[in-house]
Every structure is written in structure tokens, then in C-alpha cells.
Ligand binder design. Structure first.
Ligand SMILES: CC(C)(COP(=O)(O)OP(=O)(O)OC[C@H]1O[C@@H](n2cnc3c(N)ncnc32)[C@H](O)[C@@H]1OP(=O)(O)O)[C@@H](O)C(=O)NCCC(=O)NCCS
Length: 158
């Protein structure tokens, strides 16, 4: 029975994640990523063509997107990956390893950026378009480039 449920959830994850990639309407991708089981907070928007690279039926608790987050088009959030250690020990990449990505309240992720596993984007953190995020982004900090480096701090005016 557990195997059947797992299989059903796997198929659902594949269908919903493919639907999420379609350009139907503004709220469409966010709706389908939520259906995949991801925690996406109030007023947060996931744009067209965003890819969450994960086994949705197993990893849906490993991506947390808080309230008021904006994720630009074609961002890639990598949750499942390999490790260099696998190559060192086995001489090849065996299976995959789940990671975790947390995007805190008010963050803005620019178009086409890539977020690697086990990264936290801090509150109101900003990721520039096209960045590859390899380290945590501090709150109220703008990072950009490959690999992403801090370019500015954001100062709240009120
Ligand atoms: C990161 C970003 C918010 C910075 O905006 P900003 O504060 O106005 O920054 P500036 O334009 O003053 O740039 C500051 C420096 O960072 C560099 N920079 C800015 N954005 C960059 C990026 N995405 N990648 C690499 N470098 C970048 C600028 O060239 C500049 O460098 P310099 O000081 O050597 O001239 C903006 O450039 C960006 O990438 N926005 C994302 C837009 C997007 O993807 N929207 C999708 C819809 S949600």
C-alpha cells in the first residue's frame, strides 16, 4: 500500500511540476508548485519557467518559501544533487542526495539565477539576474554574479 501511495505521489509530482512550468497566467506556476507540496507563503509569486529540481514526492518539505517572496522567470532551485565524495569513493555519481533551500520573507530572486542545495536566502535578500548562489545570502543584502558575491546592502528607510 505504501509503495502504491509513493508511486501515485511520484506521478502527481511529475504532472504538477510540468504544469507549473507553463505560461498560463501570473498565479499559475505558484498554484501548481503549492500542489506539488511546497510551502509557499502568502503573497509570494513564482514566475514562469521556474524549475525546482527535486524529487517532488520526497523533497517537498525541503523547499521553504516564506511570505512576500518574488521569484523571477527561469530561476533554478536545485534541491537534489550529487556529491564530489561519490566520485572520490565510487568513481561515479551514484543516486542523488537531497538538500534544502530556504527563501525568507521579502526576498527577491532575479531572473535566470541558480540556487544550489543547502542555501538560505535571508529576509529581504536580493539575488541579481543570472547569479549562481553558492553561499547563504544575508538579510537585506544584494548579491550578483557567478559565483554570487555581495554587491550592496539594503537600508530600510522606514
Ligand atoms: C541585482 C539588482 C537588483 C541590482 O540593482 P541595483 O541596486 O540598481 O544595482 P546597480 O545597477 O547599481 O549595480 C551595482 C553593480 O552591480 C552590478 N550588477 C547589477 N546587477 C548585476 C547582475 N545581475 N549580475 C552581475 N552584476 C550586476 C552592476 O554592473 C554594478 O557594477 P559596477 O558597480 O561595477 O558598475 C539588479 O541589477 C538585478 O539583477 N535585478 C533583477 C531583475 C530581474 O531579474 N527581474 C525579473 C523579474 S522579478
Amino acid at each position: 500500500m505504501m509503495q502504491i501511495n509513493l508511486m501515485i505521489n511520484k506521478i502527481k509530482g511529475k504532472i504538477y511540476s510540468n504544469l507549473a512550468m507553463l505560461n498560463i497566467s501570473y498565479r499559475w506556476p505558484t498554484y501548481w508548485w503549492r500542489r506539488c507540496g511546497y510551502s509557499i507563503g502568502k503573497n509570494s509569486v513564482i514566475s514562469q519557467g521556474v524549475l525546482i529540481w527535486a524529487w517532488h514526492h520526497l523533497d517537498s518539505k525541503n523547499v521553504i518559501i516564506e511570505d512576500d517572496v518574488s521569484i523571477g522567470p527561469r530561476v533554478i532551485i536545485i534541491v537534489r544533487s550529487h556529491s564530489i565524495e561519490q566520485i572520490e569513493i565510487e568513481g561515479k555519481t551514484m543516486g542523488s542526495i537531497p538538500g534544502k533551500v530556504i527563501i525568507k520573507r521579502g526576498a527577491w530572486i532575479g531572473a535566470g539565477s541558480i540556487i544550489l542545495p543547502n542555501i538560505t536566502i535571508g529576509e529581504c535578500g536580493v539575488v541579481g539576474a543570472g547569479a549562481v548562489v553558492t553561499k547563504d545570502v544575508l538579510p537585506y543584502t544584494i548579491v550578483a554574479g557567478v559565483p554570487a558575491k555581495e554587491i550592496k546592502k539594503i537600508v530600510r528607510k522606514i
